[in-house]
Design a protein around this ligand. Sequence first.
Ligand code: SF4
Length: 473
Amino acid sequence: MEDIKVNFEKNSATALKDQNLQRALNNAINQFRNVRSRAVREFEEWEHLRASARKIKEWTIEHLDDYLEMLEANVIKAGGTVHWASDAKEACEIILDIAKKHNVKSVVKSKSMATEEIELNHSLEGAGIKVVETDLGEYIIQLANERPSHIIAPAIHKTRDDISKLFVEKLHTPYYNEPEQLTKIAREKLRSEFLNADMGVSGVNFAVAETGTIVIVENEGNARLTTTVPRVHVALMGIEKVIPRFEDLPTFLNVLIRSATGQKLSTYVSFITGPKRNSDVDGPDEFHLVIMDNGRSKILSHEETRESLYCIRCGACLYICPVYKKVGGHSYGWVYPGPIGAIITPQLLGIDKAPELPFASSLCGACKDVCPVKIDIPKVLLELRSRVISDRRVGAGFLQRFAVKLWRFTMENKRIYNFASQLSYFVQKPWMRHGRLTSLPFPFSRWTKKRDFPAVAKTSFRKQWKEIKDLEG
Ligand code: SF4
């Protein structure tokens, strides 16, 4: 895996200047917000459903080892093979070994954030194996040689015109601008890839411990073809994807699909329990489930941030986030963008690799309000911020720590606070315009270059309040 160091500030500054990106994000996000809120509004029991989903996740994560062992036993019972991967390297090696054992020359993949996380395509291609992404968004991203910028809609940063030009350049087609025409081209190209593939690789939305069933949710039918046409199917999942019982599925399918696409149910929901049986018409000869840790048990060991593992990757927090809406997914520098990326990336990669991400939020709390499993993202962000600050080797320099201490000292002493307020009022005067501060000198200019700042009031809130009350009699 390449050595990653996220530079959110630089990435987001570039994104903000990209008019094309701003247009693409605006259109797609506004549209999604409407359909999601309609899907949620029409479901009367929504809050009850969220609470149930949260409860099941809490229970499962607290008993994760038991349910993972139960899952393993039941996958084996159904004729599948289970592999355990402690990190990305090991997961890639396991999948590569399976491919080599079966003399695999070509692989079709359905959408999977876990395979993005381990950079599986690089490993397979490095071994001379052809890999084709079959989800339309992922196919576009693969043609463009980019990373997905959204968990559910990987090519959300591209306009229709971008995609039309990409098809002309890479697939040598005429310039078509209608989504139906573009989809038809991709469909025709992909059909032969499915038929020629030796191995299919998928992700997992949920893995049911009591039956050993993996569940995949999609709309295009490509995941169903990926998991049934080739002779070998490999599914990769993070340890947090397990759920205890089959009867938990309606809760999770309901919250996931409504939150992800605003549908009541997706077009396809595949339930896969082991490989093809003698009585089955189609399906793979072998089914392999790779269960991956890759930093997740480290998250599990921290009680304050453990709930990050409840995430079902619905993408709703991305659509609602005012920061994501402006800077897009690539600004987050790795596989997971938006609010979930801001909490999961520093925990999976190490906080020194992404110290800016916990600060990439206004803490407005919209992500917490939409999250179908009620993850308190602002709380986790604050915890990660405090880890960045207290880790003296990263992020917080002497000046920053001094400033925080000074701020705390001032806020804890009423007389000093009043004095500092009065002093600030007079010091700020040269930069005051209509009650706002603009064009402040360095280092404050880093803030006022892009936005103004409320000026310190002449009289304190307490005094103003008292004056109002006195006037009221
Ligand atoms: S954090 Fe919540 S809203 Fe965001 S992707 Fe995960 S489950 Fe969805």
